[in-house]
Write a protein that binds this ligand. Structure first.
Ligand SMILES: Cc1cc2nc3c(=O)[nH]c(=O)nc-3n(C[C@H](O)[C@H](O)[C@H](O)COP(=O)(O)OP(=O)(O)OC[C@H]3O[C@@H](n4cnc5c(N)ncnc54)[C@H](O)[C@@H]3O)c2cc1C
Length: 330
């Protein structure tokens, strides 16, 4: 869309009547970091059919696009995205209990899924109570905490891709690994999933969830703008411990600051830009490497052209895929 007036695209998308279509929408309003320049076009389809209609339209018209859930694991360029950004938060919202399984749309929050499972006395999603974001984002990241992750519960996913359209995949095809999945390498859009759980005791499930939430409140900077863990854990070591060892708590670049509470979190104190976060990440990464020989890899996903790929240090970590710079194939 570079150099092209976005308005004809907006008009065309509005005629599809699938939900709100906005121009130059600030993406900082849609990320937990409160960072990100404008989307040329931002759409919020109200139904699964609407999401599919949007995806088909951008495919047929060869317009760059980006799918966003809750924006809790992304660092979006200050320049914004010259693309159609499609939000799943309105259209993929159904949740259904089917015996010991949950069928849920990708726009459903993980916390809602955890509460739904607890209410139905189904165990397996207790870990998800403390992870912000949508089911779709959690599939892409194989999100996890408290010793479990999505791979433990996903049975199958309905996906859309530009070549095959809508089709079902089994969990094994998603190649889940630590904070990785095939969604990061394949243009699959997750529409809905079936999660296989285990019948359990509702009170015990709720107690476990309360325990996880308590732990989270004590160990992480709850209530401040951030994107969760910035770096993946170089297992068996922990990124937070390595960053703490080099004395980086409190380091800052403008309003981007390493959290005093958890060293693997960067906080936006107010007006941090994506370039500030990137500069701080580079500084941390270089210092950890110098002191320990460990190369930290980003967990947060860089979205956008420009800064993330211009520094040779980072070229090895992020590569351009479509409009987004994502992590490398390893
Ligand atoms: C305070 C805080 C704590 C956190 N704690 C944890 C934690 O304990 N464990 C953990 O694993 N993560 C954690 N995170 C990170 C984040 O919450 C998870 O990665 C979450 O699953 C991301 O979901 P999202 O909807 O926000 O995804 P987004 O940030 O919106 O998107 C992430 C990626 O997924 C893609 N995507 C989103 N939806 C779809 C879809 N339907 N189909 C295809 N691609 C899609 C996007 O294009 C993007 O590339 C934390 C984040 C915060 C802010």
């Amino acid at each position: 869309m570079t150099g092209v007036n976005a308005s004809p695209i907006v008009s065309a998308l509005r005629t599809l009547e699938v939900g709100p279509v906005r121009e130059e929408e600030p993406l900082r309003k849609h990320t937990s970091f409160k960072i990100g320049g404008p989307a040329r076009v931002f759409v919020e389809p109200e139904s699964q059919a609407g999401v599919i209609a949007m995806l088909e339209w951008v495919r047929d018209h060869q317009v760059p696009y980006f799918i966003i859930g809750q924006g809790t694991n992304v660092l979006i360029s200050d320049q914004g995205l010259d693309a159609v950004v499609i939000s799943t938060s309105r259209g993929l919202k159904t949740v259904e209990v089917q015996g010991d399984r949950l069928r849920a749309g990708s726009g459903v929050l993980l916390t809602k899924l955890a509460h739904t499972a607890a209410k139905a006395a189904l165990s397996g999603l207790e870990f998800a109570i403390s992870i912000p974001g949508t089911l779709g984002g959690a599939l892409v990241m194989n999100a996890g905490a408290h010793g479990s992750s999505m791979v433990a519960v996903v049975e199958g996913v309905t996906v859309w891709d530009p070549i095959h359209g809508v089709h079902a995949i089994e969990a094994s095809e998603a190649e889940f690994a630590y904070r990785q999945s095939r969604f990061q390498k394949t243009p699959w859009i997750a529409l809905d999933s079936v999660l296989k759980l285990t019948p359990g005791d509702a009170d015990h499930i709720r107690q476990t969830m309360a325990h996880h939430m308590d732990y989270r409140k004590k160990s992480q900077p709850v209530g401040e703008a951030n994107a969760g863990s910035i770096f993946k854990n170089p297992l068996p070591q922990y990124a937070g411990q390595l960053i703490e060892q080099i004395g980086a708590k409190g380091w800052s670049v403008n309003d981007a600051v390493v959290s005093e509470r958890h060293a693997n979190f960067i906080i936006n104190r107010g007006s941090a830009r994506a370039v500030d976060v990137l500069a701080l990440m580079r500084r941390i990464r270089a210092a950890v490497y110098q002191k320990t020989g460990v190369v930290l890899r980003p967990e947060v996903r860089w979205i956008g052209p420009g800064e993330g790929g211009t520094d040779t240090l980072w070229e090895n970590l992020w590569y351009m895929e479509g409009i987004g710079l994502k992590e490398p194939c390893e």
